[in-house]
Design a protein around this ligand. Structure first.
Ligand code: HEM
Length: 193
């Protein structure tokens, strides 16, 4: 995979790097660059326990949205209270998700590589896993909750705003890819009739 660099100095291509004196004067590009900086800085802390935080995320996702559990092969046949922290399937899924988020964050300065990967991932989600656009709200909320729990007072309003904005971008690209995937299937099946 590309984007191997540690993203300590991430710049979003095409956006100006100089920081204006005041918040009011910030352009959208400056705001996005600041969001990326906040996400990269706080992710470096979360990443220290990637799997542990991934498990916290899934426990929260399932406790708040028991209906999404059925989408996951490791959890579909379990009751919410049966999904325990040490479940091997949960561990694997936590590692997979968090590693992908890690990759996406390292790629934020290289959207040219990231966008096609996210679109393909979105396509798999919609076509293979039966994920719907509204599920991203639940996943976003569980992720933000996990970050807040893990970061404590470091999770400031700016950090909250940064993660909300960046998650929305990632989700929007995945949803776009997912919708394209469904449309392709539909046009193929219509063409075959
Ligand atoms: C930023 C958002 C998300 C990221 C980065 C992400 C990442 C991933 C990755 C890397 C996989 C491994 C399989 C693959 O690569 O195809 C996966 C699987 C999966 N994801 Fe996501 N995902 C996201 C959002 C969602 C949402 C909103 C849902 C719906 C609740 C969801 C449900 C699933 C399911 C059901 C699987 C398959 C699990 C299995 O094999 O049983 N994901 N996800």
């Amino acid at each position: 995979m590309a984007c191997k660099q540690e993203a300590s100095v991430v710049r979003v291509d095409g956006f100006p790097s100089e920081r204006p004196e005041t918040q009011e004067k910030m352009s959208d590009g400056d705001k996005l660059t600041q969001h990326v900086e906040n996400v990269v800085r706080t992710w470096a802390l979360v990443k220290k326990d990637l799997v542990g935080n991934g498990i916290v995320f899934y426990m929260r996702l399932f406790s708040e949205n028991p209906e999404v559990k059925s989408l996951f092969s490791f959890a579909s046949s379990m009751n919410t209270e049966e999904v325990q922290h040490d479940n091997p399937g949960l561990r694997r899924q936590a590692k997979t998700l968090m590693s992908m988020i890690d990759y996406a964050i390292r790629c934020l300065g290289n959207l040219k590589d990231l966008v096609p990967k996210l679109k393909t991932l979105g396509k798999r989600h919609f076509v293979k896993y039966n994920v719907k656009p509204e599920h991203f709200k639940a996943v976003g909320a569980a992720l933000l909750w996990t970050l807040k729990e893990g970061l404590g007072e470091i999770f400031t309003r700016d950090v909250d705003a940064a993660w909300t904005a960046i998650f929305r971008i990632l989700a929007d690209v995945m949803i776009e890819g997912g919708k394209e995937g469904l449309a392709e299937i539909k046009s193929r099946s219509t063409g075959n009739e």
